[in-house]
Design a binder for this molecule. Structure first.
Ligand SMILES: C[S@@+](CC[C@H](N)C(=O)[O-])C[C@H]1O[C@@H](n2cnc3c(N)ncnc32)[C@H](O)[C@@H]1O
Length: 376
């Protein structure tokens, strides 16, 4: 697997985060290279103010930090770690690294964007750019050509302004927008909808997983979450909008409940949803993190997890595996891990490998999902 990004006369060695010994995936893609080549050909004056959105693991941040003032905004805690490690490893100039929920910078000459998968997030980001940086600022975005649909370009036209595209290069295309959109309204950050059966209202910031309707797995596991005085410390691992965190705290008001996600917008939404539903958040913590990194061993009674099977564009089960390994570490001897997954994902085998076959039991199943419980 290639770790050296070599362009023009410069090289950076770049790694994904977390750094895996058997890593199969590169830390940048041809889209990053296309964007870098295009911007280098523009010949920007030194010290231009560059805003980078959705940099995966820091290829863009490292490259442009050399000659420019870079602000990078990302919703991903994992990307933040990757960007920091790669900047340090390549002895780059410092950049201003911000979370998606932070303020945007005032002064920007050019915005460079890796187009996000999620159209609601794209819409919100374009609306932010167009409303903040009209006049003299330009936007260049990139993605795989097959991911740039006519509907994607319509979103650019409507929320950013007049839009054109480049020829494809190594299966990627650039998108140029003039930031002269006639759309002057503000796109509301939260989308809110009810879960009638549980009398909950869920507000979702734009990049929250399943932010427009309840995830089917979440709907199923909600029916099977337990109330028990023995639970003093509970983790909702991969909390999304916090739907399971809310229910866990309602069922177990005595417990400290920690909601963890790698998306800053998810963590903020989960916190916001406690106030929205008038549920006391005393003893609750809302943490942006990679799985359970840094959590003390033997500190939790219950970990509930509806794991992801994507990391950015890549389909992968290494995060689910990491979540199960971490859960085993942080659980007390009497602790339980409760997992929901699609039948075809084979989580039962993974959990049996980790906890022992006799310590994994089926809690419930339907045509699509299984709910499993593993004890230490
Ligand atoms: C399938 S969603 C479940 C969301 C929510 N709990 C639900 O049931 O609707 C998985 C969540 O895991 C989060 N996630 C992905 N990788 C993670 C990681 N390394 N550490 C923590 N959370 C992660 C995603 O952002 C996503 O919100």
């Amino acid at each position: 697997m290639k770790t050296e990004l070599h362009l023009f006369d410069r090289s950076y060695s770049l790694f994904r985060f977390p750094k895996l010994s058997n890593e199969q995936l590169q830390a940048w893609d041809a889209g990053d290279e296309y964007l870098i080549q295009h911007v280098e050909e523009l010949g920007l004056p030194n010290n231009s103010n560059i805003l980078i959105l959705n940099d995966s693991f820091g290829a863009l941040s490292c490259w442009f930090s050399e000659q420019h003032q870079v602000t990078t905004i990302s919703d991903s805690f994992i990307s933040h770690q990757g960007i920091k490690h790669n900047l340090e490893h390549n002895q780059c100039q410092p950049i201003d690294l911000r979370a998606s929920i932070d303020q945007w910078p005032q002064q920007v000459d050019i915005v460079l964007m890796q187009i996000p998968r999620n159209n609601r997030y794209l819409t919100w980001q374009l609306n932010q750019i167009a409303s903040k940086y009209q006049g003299g600022c330009s936007l260049v975005a990139v993605n795989k050509a097959k991911e740039i649909h006519s509907s994607t370009l319509k979103i650019f036209e409507k929320y950013a302004g007049h839009t054109t595209t480049s020829l494809a290069w190594k299966k990627h295309r650039l998108v140029f927008s003039e930031l002269n959109s006639a759309y002057k309204d503000t796109v509301e950050p939260y989308t809110t909808w009810p879960v009638e059966e549980h009398k909950l209202l869920l507000a979702n910031l734009p990049n929250v997983y399943s932010g427009e309707s309840l995830d089917l797995g979440a709907r199923f596991i909600l029916e099977h979450l337990k109330s028990d005085n023995k639970y003093q410390d509970i983790v909702d691992l991969g909390c999304g909008n916090g739907v399971l965190t809310l229910k866990l705290k309602q069922l177990n008001p005595q417990a400290n409940v920690t909601a963890i996600d790698e998306s800053y917008m998810a963590v903020k939404s989960a916190h916001h949803n406690f106030a929205l539903n008038h549920i006391d958040s005393e003893g609750c913590h809302f943490v942006a993190n990679n799985c359970l990194d840094g959590f003390a061993p033997n500190s939790q009674d219950l970990v509930v997890c509806n794991p992801p099977f994507h990391q950015q564009q890549a389909v992968t089960d290494h995060i689910a595996w990491q979540m199960f390994c971490d859960a085993k570490q942080v659980l007390r001897d009497t602790g339980e891990l409760m997992v929901i997954g699609n039948r075809h994902l084979g989580y039962d085998k993974k959990l049996a490998r980790l906890f022992g076959k006799h310590n994994v039991k089926l809690v419930a199943s339907n045509a699509k999902f299984v709910i499993l419980q593993a004890t230490k």
